[in-house]
Write a protein that binds this ligand. Structure first.
Ligand code: SAH
Ligand code: SF4
Ligand code: F3S
Length: 435
């Protein structure tokens, strides 16, 4: 058996991958390996990958391919995450320098797979469609000591036609409420101040297990009692935002008044083609309800521009609703055709330059709207959880609406929630001082 002592993990993609990386790091540390911050010094390299857009995949393929040519000594390389699920064993032929492929449902097998690689060599692959035992979240080694991601539901049953996630993460499986409560209580004892509940669609929580009698809003009520200072959650499917949830957000002091619920598109024809299962009007009804019930709620969205057959007029509809909704946070993407998804069979017919123009128009609008929103905040006081010192030696944190705020102050403020008066702003960052 070869000996390995050190490892390095590259994490791509979304918050679920960040959490999965933390779990894998915990498992490798349990094994006695040391995490190093220089990839060249590591005996083991793990690429925890994302498949959501073509660019995400190309970046990883390029990086691993490059390593194959560069490395002088033999490093063990493994691919985990969504690309492990979307490409499976084909990865071995595309990237001959990798030793193992570990799927999103097999994280618990990491050490066993490593043993196989070390003892027998060759290529080892574990990519189960469903996961058997739950992931060992308590062993997660998180870098951040103030904020933590907590998984509450894995997978997605929605099947939007453009999206690879249901194929890389499988069907929805909720995590038992007691396990979530135990983990959050543990994190509170460790000094964590903020948790972000993770799921592709957190609002589906508990629907697969009616016997638990614990839907997403019920879970929020229970978690509010753990003493955690702030609770966030990602992501909400618009269809599943119900009045009980909106009231829970309004009523629970720990729950941040921010809802990220992607619109994706603003025209009914495109929404239908995307299989988002709501109309523009139904989406707008949710926006109105959220704004009516939760005073000063901040809203977030994801948008895809250039979906197959999207016309200029249809893009304009997206632009108009986007403008009306005045989102605090927006992630805007150009459509990327994913093999294996239903939309892949439609011609990717919107030229890349047009996609880019539409993207830039929305980014500009979002930027302008952020400036207007930030102007209105000048002189206001906002509650900020101070997270860390940034590279310019300011203390950096966020308010509950997810606005980034920096102040001057001492390290003893890190991990506390402070009232901050906003004096000015710089691009996306608000600049203030303690009051
Ligand atoms: N479960 C979340 C998002 C998961 S993926 C939700 O439904 O809200 C994150 C975002 O990537 C999506 O919201 C979507 O805007 C974008 N995305 C997904 N597939 C894409 C594709 N094929 N091309 C471009 N963007 C895509
Ligand atoms: Fe993808 Fe749609 Fe599921 Fe989100 S809800 S993960 S966009 S299929
Ligand atoms: Fe990417 Fe997988 Fe997340 S495809 S966005 S890492 S669920």
């Amino acid at each position: 058996m070869k000996e390995i002592k050190s490892f390095y993990v590259y994490t791509y993609g979304c918050q679920m991958n960040e959490l999965d990386s933390a779990v894998m790091i915990g498992q490798l540390m349990k094994r006695g390996l040391v995490m190093v911050d220089n990839e060249n010094l590591a005996d083991l390299l793990i690429f925890n990958t994302c498949s959501v857009r073509d660019l995400a995949e190309r970046k990883v393929m390029g990086k691993i391919g490059q390593l194959g040519r560069k490395t002088k000594r033999k490093q063990i390389i493994g691919v985990t995450g969504c690309m492990a699920m979307s490409k499976k064993e084909t990865l071995f032929s595309k990237l001959p320098n990798i030793s193992f492929v570990l799927g999103t449902n097999n994280i618990n097998d990491l050490n066993a797979v490593l043993d196989d690689v070390l003892n027998e060599g060759g290529h080892v692959i574990h990519t189960d469609k469903d996961f058997g035992e739950d992931i060992d979240f308590l062993s997660a080694q998180r870098e951040d000591k103030i904020k933590a991601y907590v998984s509450i539901i894995r997978g997605c049953d929605k099947r939007c036609t453009y999206c690879i996630v249901p194929y890389t993460r499988g069907k929805e499986v909720s995590r038992p409420p007691q396990d979530i409560l135990d983990e959050v209580e543990y994190l509170v004892r460790c000094g964590y101040k903020e948790i972000t509940l993770l799921g592709q669609n957190v609002n589906s929580y508990g629907k697969d297990r009616p016997e638990w009698n614990c839907l997403f809003h019920d879970l929020l009520y229970r978690l509010d009692k753990t003493g955690v200072k702030r609770i966030r959650f990602l992501t909400s499917h618009p269809v599943d935002i119900k009045i009980e949830l909106i009231e829970a957000i309004r009523d629970l002091p720990s729950v941040c008044k921010f809802v990220h619920f992607p619109m994706q598109g603003g025209s009914d024809r495109i929404l239908r083609k995307m299989h988002r299962i709501y109309t523009k009007e139904e989406y707008q009804e949710k926006v109105a309800l959220l704004r009516e019930i939760i005073p000063n709620v901040a809203l977030g969205t994801d948008i895809i521009v250039g979906f197959p057959t999207e016309t200029d007029e249809e893009f304009q509809e997206t632009y108009d609703i986007f403008k009306k909704n005045d989102y605090s946070i927006a992630f805007i993407y150009t459509y990327s055709a994913r093999k294996g998804t239903p939309a892949y069979r439609w011609e990717d017919d919107v030229p890349e330059q047009i996609k880019e123009v539409r993207l830039q128009k929305l980014l500009q609008l979002h930027n302008d709207q952020c400036i207007e929103r930030h102007k209105k905040m000048l002189g206001e006081t906002t509650k900020v959880l101070i997270e860390r010192r940034n590279k310019n030696n300011f203390l950096k944190g966020r308010n509950d609406k997810w606005d980034k705020v920096v102040i001057n102050g001492s390290d003893s403020l890190i991990g506390t929630i402070q009232d901050v008066k906003i004096h000015t702003f710089n691009h996306q960052t608000l600049i203030g001082s303690l009051i």
